[in-house]
Design a protein around this ligand. Structure first.
Ligand SMILES: NC(=O)C1=CN([C@@H]2O[C@H](COP(=O)(O)OP(=O)(O)OC[C@H]3O[C@@H](n4cnc5c(N)ncnc54)[C@H](OP(=O)(O)O)[C@@H]3O)[C@@H](O)[C@H]2O)C=CC1
Ligand SMILES: O=C(O)[C@@H]1CCC=N1
Length: 269
């Protein structure tokens, strides 16, 4: 890839993105990573990227074409001013921070800067992420293409026009893996209580969730039909679903869960 990338923050999401990029089309030495956390920076360096603990250490001739911001939303106020000079050559700015709106980046980098807000999730680490992108209308078609390629390297990409939807995206797919991991935890614990050995219960829960997810994606049928396919009349699944789909069952709980995460995303902005 000809584009030079500056990645700010090589924590969980920064590392997940880097892994997908260098596994596919990005030359590691084209990526400069800034992170004060020595351990996280070492992961980026081990992949062959150039790493610095501070932007002041970056080679003065480095002109990134893309700047990817992967620090906590609460850090943005302090971090953005330190990258204004590096962005001055018209670099595309991509932020994956929850809540932080495009307007905050326009304030820092200029009203006509090319800004894309993207919301990935942690399955990006195994290139099965869901990434939703939204741009401010100033990115060129080449910049949109670069972003799409970077995000496609870590999963499935969707673009939306209405930035207001990014909070709901964050509450659903951004935070969503945690809901599913908790479901795995709960299923495994229930299996143990039903008499299964712990290791076996964990494997059954993990493989069942992964398999159901794969089937849902591979199948043309809606999830409701796939659910019905498991459910024999008066059988075991019907007995289980009578509990899970009760009036106070999983549906209302997930609705409250996504609403709470969406509200928190709005607050972070
Ligand atoms: N985790 C997730 O599932 C998702 C997270 N996001 C968003 O991604 C962003 C990063 O989250 P995540 O990767 O989980 O967080 P992490 O804490 O794992 O990573 C953030 C990294 O940034 C470093 N850092 C702190 N200050 C600076 C600085 N001034 N310059 C450069 N790097 C700095 C941190 O160092 P230190 O550890 O020393 O603080 C850390 O290594 C957040 O904005 C979050 O909202 C988006 C989608 C999913
Ligand atoms: O919990 C968070 O705030 C981040 C954003 C989406 C997933 N993790």
């Amino acid at each position: 890839m000809s584009s030079s990338i500056l990645l700010v923050g090589s924590g969980k999401m920064g590392q997940a993105m880097l892994g997908g990029w260098v596994d596919t089309f990005v030359t590691p030495s084209d990526v400069v990573v800034v992170d004060p956390n020595v351990e996280n920076l070492a992961v980026a360096k081990a992949l062959g990227c150039i790493g610095h603990q501070s932007p002041v250490d970056i080679d003065g001739s480095f002109q990134p074409e893309v700047i990817v911001l992967a620090v906590k939303p609460q850090m943005m106020v302090d971090v953005l001013p330190t990258f204004q000079t590096l962005a001055a050559n018209g670099a595309l700015i991509i932020s994956i921070a929850a809540g932080t709106g495009i307007a905050q980046f326009e304030t820092a980098f200029g009203a006509t800067a090319s800004i894309i807000r993207a919301m990935p999730n942690t399955p990006a680490a195994v290139r099965h992420g869901m990434i939703v992108c939204c741009q401010n209308g100033h990115a060129s078609s080449a910049q949109l293409e670069i972003c799409d390629k970077l995000m496609t390297a870590i999963g499935t990409v969707a673009w939306i026009d209405d930035e207001k939807l990014m909070d709901a995206v964050t509450g659903l797919s951004g935070s969503g893996p945690a809901y599913v991991f908790h479901m795995i935890e709960a299923m495994a614990a229930a299996g143990v209580r039903a008499g299964l050995p712990e290791d076996l219960a964990e494997t059954l829960a993990e493989v069942t969730v992964a398999g159901a997810g794969k089937l849902a994606i591979a199948s043309d049928e809606p999830a409701s039909k796939l659910r019905e396919n498991v459910t024999s009349p008066n059988g075991t699944t019907a007995a289980g679903l009578a509990v899970l789909m009760a009036e106070d069952g999983l549906g209302p709980l997930i609705e409250k869960t996504v609403a709470a995460a969406t509200k928190r995303s709005k607050e972070l902005g």
